[in-house]
Design a protein. Sequence first.
Length: 79
Amino acid sequence: MVNKIDKALSKFSNKEKAEFKKILQKVKAGDFLALDIKKLKNRQDIYRIRKGSMRIIFQKTDHGIKILSFERRLDNTYK
């Protein structure tokens, strides 16, 4: 069975995949200082990380961080 993250990453170039992996390593390590993070409006626990036109949407939980999506910035990215 194909993992949802692997399926989402398959839509991106190798360079973009490498960038996503670097960002995920920083998030996993708790190193948020060098990342462009913003809390989404009307949500207490959902954030986005921006790197060029790429977006990672994640949720902070009591058990850590849950990745919700990897996307290119489009008009419907945050809906």
